[in-house]
Design a protein. Structure first.
Length: 445
């Protein structure tokens, strides 16, 4: 089979399978001692359709900063999503995939002048602002921009509060900025907000939408033809989470405040699409036992060293305040023991799980971490020379037959190997049909 260098390969699956089963098959091939991800494209597609079902009026503009994996971005582009870009590089990546400029919002309220000029050169006219100095900068470098004023409306609790950095006060600052933009001859076409990444409150969206309704009225009085409402992000994405309650709040608030209005409504989900689609596999390559005391009882504590850590995928522990749980790929037997898990670098702070109880693990044991798609890959570094994990993408054959017609690809980009039988996931009665794996190599544009 011909291998296309430096391109992601999509593995097309038949029959019953899980990300863990794919990991086990890859590990059993042998010769693997580096961490890797398994990405389930089906999870991304399912979440896109679920979003459209629950909030048909709200267009998802994927927040590229959450995970800029080219395959993920390409799949969302093929499905029809728009994109929230925060820099020249992100705009360049998305437009390079053939996404039209009107499907992009430059949603960084504080932008480099060179990035504004680049945005103008490629036709991305929609951008946010939250200060007078930003208006002055935009007036100088892109006076024809379509502006969106970003206001602050924070959730009572959020994994990553953003209002401490971005967003003007909707009552005291935003009205003044709308008038100032009119004086500058700039066009303000809408209002945006961000309740905080990983928000834990649904009602905040209703409060923010009410602020936006009031600003639409003030904007019209200042001479602005406002027609865009940007709900920002904050939507959950981990396995088992739901946006149903949040969708109900948003739909009700839109009906109450923008019913009958020709207003385009967008949002900027990131972790909603990325988080659960990625499963990380790491390997235990070293361990040491040290004396410890737990609940006033002396015992032996085992330190396990993995081939990925906080300078790699687990930077999410620091940046995104995540909590992760390692699950042995093969069932670990025995009495749970005091344990900790550490990354591969020479930094003593490279600790992934400081304390948990788990049966003893042998060297070479593989661990599985679910929900690792959000704010992991784009922030990971190769510190100490340890590589960023590669992504192994998988997709169900029936879904692939549809997606390949939507991607910016032709049949020449795919090489399909003959299907080969693979052992079932686990012996059951009656025995399931064995799943077959087909490797498809694609060159993403």
């Amino acid at each position: 089979m011909k291998v296309i260098e430096d391109e992601q390969r999509v593995r097309v699956m038949e029959g019953q399978w899980t990300p863990e089963a794919v990991i086990k098959e890859i590990v059993e091939e042998g010769g693997h001692d580096e961490p890797f991800y398994v990405m389930d494209l089906g999870e991304v597609v399912a979440r896109y359709h679920h979003w459209k079902e629950l909030m048909p009026r709200v267009e998802p503009f994927y927040a590229v900063k959450c995970n800029d994996d080219k395959l993920l971005v390409s799949t969302l582009a093929a499905l029809g999503a728009g994109f929230d870009c925060a820099s020249k590089a992100e705009i360049e990546m998305v437009t390079g995939l053939g996404v039209r400029p009107e499907r992009i919002i430059f949603a960084n309220p504080a932008k480099l002048a060179s990035h504004i000029r680049y945005s103008s050169s490629v036709g991305v006219d929609l951008m946010t602002f939250d200060s007078e100095t930003e208006l002055v900068k935009i007036k100088q470098h892109m006076p024809h921009a379509q502006l969106v004023v970003r206001i602050r409306c924070d959730a009572a609790a959020a994994r990553c509060p953003l209002g401490i950095k971005f967003g003007c006060d909707p009552v005291t600052e935003a009205p003044r900025l709308l008038k100032l933009a009119a004086v500058f001859g700039l066009r303000v076409v809408g209002v945006s907000f961000h309740v905080g990444s990983g928000a834990e409150e649904s009602g905040v969206y209703a409060r923010a939408i009410q602020y936006c309704r009031a600003l639409f009225t003030l904007g019209a009085a200042a001479g602005h033809a406002m027609h865009l409402l940007d709900l920002g992000g904050g939507f959950p994405g981990h396995t088992g989470s739901s946006i149903r309650e949040t969708a109900q709040v948003i739909n009700a608030a839109l009906d109450a405040n923008f019913s009958g209005c020709e207003v385009r409504v967008i949002a900027e989900p990131g972790r909603y699409f990325a988080c659960a689609a990625y499963t990380l596999a790491t390997m235990v390559y070293a361990k040491r036992e040290v004396p410890a005391k737990e609940d006033d009882v002396e015992e032996t504590h085992t330190m396990y060293f993995m081939n990925d850590g906080v300078y790699g995928s687990f930077n999410c522990l620091l940046y995104d305040h995540q909590e992760v749980t390692p699950v042995p790929l093969n069932t670990a037997e025995g009495t749970p023991r005091s344990s900790s898990f550490w990354g591969p670098t020479c930094d003593g702070l490279d600790c992934v799980v400081p304390r948990m109880r788990i049966p003893a693990l042998p060297l070479g044991a593989w661990l599985v971490f679910r929900d690792m798609g959000a704010y992991t890959l784009p922030v990971a570094s190769a510190f100490n020379g340890f590589p960023v994990p590669k992504v192994r993408a998988v997709v169900d054959r029936r879904l692939w037959s549809v997606l390949k017609e939507l991607w910016p690809l032709t049949e020449n980009h795919f090489v399909v190997a003959p299907p080969a039988p693979v052992a079932p996931l686990a012996p059951v009665t009656p025995a399931p049909e064995p799943h077959r794996a087909v490797f498809v190599e694609c060159a993403l544009k």
